[in-house]
Design a binder for this molecule. Structure first.
Ligand code: NAI
Ligand code: MG
Length: 371
């Protein structure tokens, strides 16, 4: 039996409600495919910050390092400024572990209605590759003359050739495993140093991928195309900020932020990668047991795939689709009344083969061979 050691960080709010459902479904997949998981919980969160003044201990990364992967819920609490929770936990892990690819698949699933008119499952199916380590989210900068009329804030955007090329490389390879079409998000008309640099790197790398069709759009019109022509896209590569924005818009177009998964990948596998839903801690619905657990569960499928368990990953994705075909299993965000645990249980049962309902096969394409 293959065994994996997984660090579990439920975090805050609905993170603590959806993570147990993710574990339940992965355990079910383990039972079916002969995998065992050693789950080790960490209470790193805003709650911990309120008690100790830190989101995680000083040696947090060393503690996580030996694990095969990290399974995270969400962090954030209205009582703690968001930049403290983000920079105290997620960003140090993403950077410290060189998780420079943030992969966010967007797919309109059967049983989910897009807020856009007339789109059917199968027509919206793309993947956002967000640069996850540098770009606009840098901690170089500062403020002076705080609280005076002369106050000033400066924040440097950082694009390195190494950082841009490695994420582009990943995106081109991913496009090769899909419909061989890669779109680059840019803004080289307004941001005149970093974005032309990004464009140049894109063009140079495209020369190595004559089989991949490329295009690029400025981020402003690209957001409009996401809404008007979501079927135009296969793989989209974007900087940290643009990718962050597109990857909330994409899932909204596909029905609900509650179903969107993400993987923070260190493709070289020098460090553990981290799997978490796109959504946050949702304080407005936390504690009610009504959060949609699919974002977390689908992130678990991405984790299985990263660990080399493609069949188990596919089984989880199929089980998600099967459960959505049962209207009584839908949570409030997708128009139902089911509880978080009802949907989690239904997906876990579907993984082991109970409650079979016929659905159209919609197999996730494999991720590129990782370097
Ligand atoms: P959010 O994603 O937590 O919530 C946005 C809206 O979507 C809310 O109305 C919420 O109820 C709904 N929603 C989100 N996930 C859902 C689910 N699984 N099922 C049903 N409805 C769901 O984003 P928001 O409100 O901007 O941020 C709340 C907190 O989360 C903040 O502290 C923020 O910093 C943090 N955050 C953390 C992230 C992370 O841990 N990766 C990512 C985004 C936000
Ligand atoms: Mg975001």
């Amino acid at each position: 039996m293959k065994s994996f050691r997984i660090a579990v960080i439920p975090g805050d709010g609905i993170g603590k409600e959806v993570v147990p459902e993710g574990i339940r479904v992965l355990e079910a997949a383990g039972k079916r495919f002969g995998l065992s998981f050693e789950w080790r919980g960490f209470d790193w969160s805003c709650e911990r910050y309120a008690k100790t003044g830190a989101m995680m201990p000083a040696d947090g990364l060393e503690q996580l390092r030996p694990f095969d992967a990290i399974f995270l819920g969400a962090v954030g609490d209205p009582a703690i400024p968001d930049h403290l929770s983000l920079w105290g936990l997620l960003i140090p892990i993403r950077r410290g572990f060189r998780q420079y690819v943030n992969l966010r698949p967007v797919r309109l699933l059967p049983g989910i209605e897009s807020p856009l008119k007339n789109w059917q499952p199968g027509q919206i199916d793309f993947a956002i590759v967000r640069e996850n380590n540098e770009g606009e989210y840098s901690n170089i900068g500062g403020r002076i003359y705080q609280g005076t009329p002369d106050e000033m804030a400066v924040q440097q955007t950082i694009f390195t050739r190494r950082g841009v090329e490695r994420v582009l490389h990943y995106a081109f390879e991913l496009a090769r495993t899909r419909k061989k079409h890669l779109t680059s998000a840019t803004k080289s008309n307004g941001i005149i140093y970093t974005m032309p640099f990004w464009d140049e790197c894109f063009e140079q790398m495209a020369a190595n991928y004559p089989d991949v069709r490329i295009d690029q759009f400025h981020i402003d019109i690209l957001t409009a195309h996401f809404v008007r022509h979501p079927d135009w896209f296969d793989v989209i590569v974007a900087s940290n900020l643009f990718g962050d924005i597109l990857s909330d818009l994409g899932p909204a177009v596909a029905g609900s932020i509650g179903i969107a998964p993400s993987a923070n990948l260190n493709p070289e596998r020098e460090f553990p990668s981290m799997f978490e839903p796109v959504h946050g801690s949702a304080p407005d619905i936390a504690g009610k047991g009504i959060a949609n657990p699919i974002g977390q569960i689908w992130s678990g499928a991405m984790m299985l795939r990263h660990l080399g368990e493609e069949d188990a990953a596919h089984a989880v994705e199929t089980a998600i689709a099967e459960s959505l075909a049962r209207p009584e299993m839908r949570t409030a965000d997708i128009g139902g009344t089911a509880k978080t645990s009802d949907l989690g249980e239904a997906i876990a049962s579907a993984v082991v083969g109970k409650n079979k309902v016929h659905v159209v096969e919609n197999r996730e394409r494999a991720q590129p061979a990782e370097r």
